[in-house]
Write a protein that binds this ligand. Structure first.
Ligand code: ATP
Ligand code: MG
Ligand code: MG
Length: 560
C-alpha cells in the first residue's frame, strides 16, 4: 500500500473512516458530461477521484452525466473512456449513465410533489429570473407556488406525456424565495425539451437539471465522497436539500447512505483555455485540426503530441489539491514530460533545417560507422553506430558567415566538432547567385580528430549534430508553441480567439534524420540532440513518409 495522499480531501476521508462513517466505505466517481473531449483539468479530477479511492481501499465509478441531450454525443462518450483508460485508470464494471436514472429521478420528483416540496410553474424563463430577486433583494413567489398537490401531479404527468410546448412549464423545488443563497430560491428541477438523447432517444421530453440529477445519481450509486470544483460550493445547500427532501426509505432505489459534496480548486493552465465550449469552438472554427490537435490541452491532444500518461499523472500530483483557484504555469507540465523522457528516450541526431556540407578531403566512396551513446544520462541504454560520409547535413543555424563574438559554431575558416565524429573546418561558402542564400559549405576534416580515437583530445569550442546525406531519412517535423499569446486568454476583453498564437504550429517539411529512425515504430519517442523530445505521429506517419511532433524543447542544449 502506497502512502496516503496529502490533501484536505484525504483528511476528510481519514476522519470519516475513523468515525466509522459510511460503514468504512470510500466510493468516488468521475462524472463527465459527454459534450466534448476531456482536457488536462479533467485529468486532475480523474487522478484525484481514482487516486483517493485506491489509496483508501475504495472504488470509483465512471458516470456519464448525460442529462442535457442537446450537446451530447456518442463520439464523446467513446473518447472519454479511451482517455481515462489511457491515463491508467480502470472503472472495471462500474460504468454508469445518469440517463439510466431518468425513471427513478422522475419517481423521486413525484415524491417531492407529494411531500409539498415541488410544484409545476408556468412562468417563462425570463419571468423566473425576474422573480428570483438579487443578492440584496428577496425574490417574489411564483403565483403557481401554491397549486394543489393533485394539480401538480396531474400537470407533471402531462409534462412527461408531451402535452406542453418546450419551455412552457417547469417543475421547481419549493424551498425559500427569501434565501440569501440564490440557488435555493425555488430552483428549476425539470424542463420540457424535445431533443433526441444519444441513449434514451425520444423516450423523454422532460429532462432533469444538473443540481437535481447529480446528488441523486451520487446517492443511487452509493457514492460516499462527491468531489467537484469550487463553483459548486454555492450549490452545496441545494445538493443537500435534494438528498434530504425525502427519507432514504422513500428513495426509488435502495441506498446505503448519503453522499457528501466536497469542492476543490479547478486547474487553470497558462497560455491555453480549458472550457469545453471554447475548445469546441477552436475545433469548429478551424483554429486547430481537431480535438486531438497536438496544441490542444485535451488528453487526446497531449497524447497525440507525445506526452506520456506517467508525465500527466506526475503533473496532477505535483499541482496538489487546493481550496482556492489559481493558475498553473504550463512550464510545470513541460518539466514533467522532460523529466519522464530524460531517462527513457533514446537520443538520435536530426537536422531540422538542413545545410549541405561537403568534406572535400574525405574519400568519395567511403562510409565509416561511428559509435555513439544512446543516452548519456542512462548508460544502460547502450550505444549504436551511425554512418559518416563525405556529404553531410548540419543545422543552418550552426553556421554564420559573419557571426557575433560569442558564436561558437561554424564560421568561414572556423572549426567545430561533429558529435561522435571529426572536427571539420569551413573552407568555402557557396551561395545562390541570384538570392545570395547560402546553399552549401565546403569543408575539410581532421582525420586525427575522430571521437574516441587516440588523438580525439583536440578541443574546439562548438559541437554540432549532423547526419550523413546519403543515409539520411527525410521527415516532416512539426514544432509547437503555446496555443495563445496571452497568459490568460479567458481574462482579456473581447474575443479570446484574437489571442490565438499564429506560430503555435510551425511545419518543417524537409528535415533529415539519422537512419536508425527507420527501425522505430510509430508512437516512439526520442530526444533529437539539442532540439528536444519528439514523437513519431502514429496517425499521420504512413509507409515511406514520417511525420514527427515535437513534444517539448530542451531547456538547455549540451553544445558548449
Ligand atoms: P468544462 O467547463 O470544461 O466544460 P465541466 O466541469 O463542465 O468542464 P464536466 O464534464 O462536467 O466538465 O467535468 C467532469 C468532472 O471534471 C467534474 O467533476 C468537474 O468538476 C471536473 N473538472 C472539469 N474541469 C476541471 C478543471 N479545470 N480542473 C479540475 N477538475 C475539473
Ligand atoms: Mg459539468
Ligand atoms: Mg461544462
Amino acid at each position: 500500500i502506497s502512502a496516503l495522499p496529502v490533501n484536505f480531501i484525504q483528511n476528510i476521508i481519514s476522519e470519516d473512516l475513523k468515525a466509522g462513517k459510511n460503514g468504512g466505505r470510500v466510493h468516488t466517481r468521475f462524472p463527465p458530461e459527454p459534450n466534448g473531449y476531456l482536457h488536462i483539468g479533467h485529468a486532475k479530477s480523474i487522478c484525484l477521484n481514482f487516486g483517493l479511492a485506491a489509496a483508501n481501499g475504495g472504488i470509483t465509478n465512471l458516470r456519464f452525466d448525460d442529462t442535457n441531450p442537446s450537446k451530447e454525443e456518442l463520439e464523446y462518450v467513446e473518447s472519454i473512456q479511451e482517455d481515462v483508460r489511457w491515463l491508467g485508470f480502470d472503472w472495471e464494471d462500474r460504468l454508469f449513465y445518469a440517463s439510466d436514472y431518468f425513471e427513478d429521478l422522475y419517481q423521486y420528483a413525484i415524491g417531492l410533489i407529494k411531500a409539498g416540496k415541488a410544484y409545476v410553474c408556468d412562468l417563462s424563463a425570463q419571468e423566473i429570473r425576474d422573480y428570483r430577486g438579487t443578492l440584496t433583494e428577496a425574490g417574489k413567489e411564483s403565483p403557481y407556488r401554491n397549486r394543489s398537490l393533485e394539480e401538480n401531479l396531474e400537470l407533471f404527468a402531462r409534462m412527461r406525456a408531451g402535452e406542453f410546448a418546450d419551455g412552457s412549464r417547469v417543475l421547481r423545488a419549493r424551498i425559500d424565495m427569501a434565501s440569501p443563497n440564490l440557488n435555493m430560491r425555488d430552483p428549476v428541477l425539470y424542463r420540457i425539451l424535445r431533443a433526441t438523447h444519444h441513449r434514451s432517444g425520444d423516450d423523454w421530453c422532460i429532462y432533469p437539471m444538473y443540481d437535481y440529477a447529480h446528488p441523486l445519481s451520487d446517492a443511487f450509486e452509493n457514492i460516499t465522497h462527491s468531489v467537484c470544483t469550487l463553483e459548486f460550493a454555492d450549490h452545496r445547500p441545494l445538493y443537500d436539500w435534494v438528498l434530504d427532501a425525502l427519507p432514504l426509505e422513500a428513495y426509488p432505489r435502495k441506498v446505503e447512505g448519503r453522499p457528501q459534496q466536497i469542492e476543490f480548486a479547478r486547474l487553470n493552465l497558462s497560455y491555453t483555455v480549458m472550457s469545453k465550449r471554447k475548445l469546441r469552438e477552436l475545433v469548429e472554427d478551424g483554429y486547430v485540426e481537431g480535438w486531438d490537435d497536438p496544441r490542444m490541452p485535451t488528453i487526446s491532444g497531449l497524447r497525440r503530441r507525445g506526452y506520456t500518461a506517467e508525465a500527466i499523472r506526475d503533473f496532477c500530483e505535483r499541482i496538489g489539491v487546493a481550496k482556492r483557484n489559481s493558475m498553473v504555469d504550463i512550464a510545470l507540465l513541460e518539466h514533467c514530460i522532460r523529466e519522464d523522457l530524460n531517462v527513457r528516450a533514446p537520443r538520435i541526431m536530426a537536422v531540422l533545417r538542413p545545410l549541405r556540407v561537403i568534406i572535400d578531403n574525405y574519400p568519395a566512396e567511403q562510409v565509416e560507422w561511428l559509435e555513439t551513446e544512446n543516452n548519456q544520462e542512462n548508460p544502460a541504454m547502450g550505444s549504436r553506430k551511425i554512418p559518416f560520409s563525405r556529404e553531410i547535413y548540419i543545422e543552418q543555424e550552426d553556421f554564420m558567415e559573419d557571426p557575433p563574438k560569442k558564436f561558437f559554431r561554424l564560421r568561414p575558416g572556423g572549426e567545430i566538432r561533429l558529435k561522435s565524429a571529426y572536427i571539420i573546418k569551413c573552407e568555402e561558402v557557396i551561395k545562390d547567385e541570384k538570392t545570395g542564400e547560402i546553399v552549401e559549405l565546403h569543408c575539410s576534416y581532421d582525420p586525427d580528430s575522430r571521437s574516441g580515437g587516440p588523438n580525439s583530445g583536440r578541443k574546439v569550442k562548438g559541437t554540432s549534430h549532423w547526419v550523413s546525406a546519403a543515409h539520411a531519412v527525410p521527415a516532416e517535423v512539426r514544432l509547437y508553441e503555446q496555443l495563445f499569446e496571452h497568459e490568460n486568454p479567458d481574462e482579456i476583453e473581447g474575443d479570446y480567439k484574437e489571442q490565438f498564437n499564429p506560430n503555435s504550429l510551425v511545419k518543417l517539411p524537409a528535415c533529415m534524420l539519422e537512419p536508425s529512425i527507420r527501425e522505430a515504430a510509430p508512437g516512439s519517442r526520442f530526444q533529437f540532440l539539442r532540439q528536444g523530445y519528439f514523437y513519431i505521429d502514429p496517425v499521420d506517419s504512413k509507409e515511406g513518409r514520417l511525420f514527427i511532433n515535437r513534444i517539448v524543447s530542451l531547456r538547455d542544449s549540451w553544445a558548449k
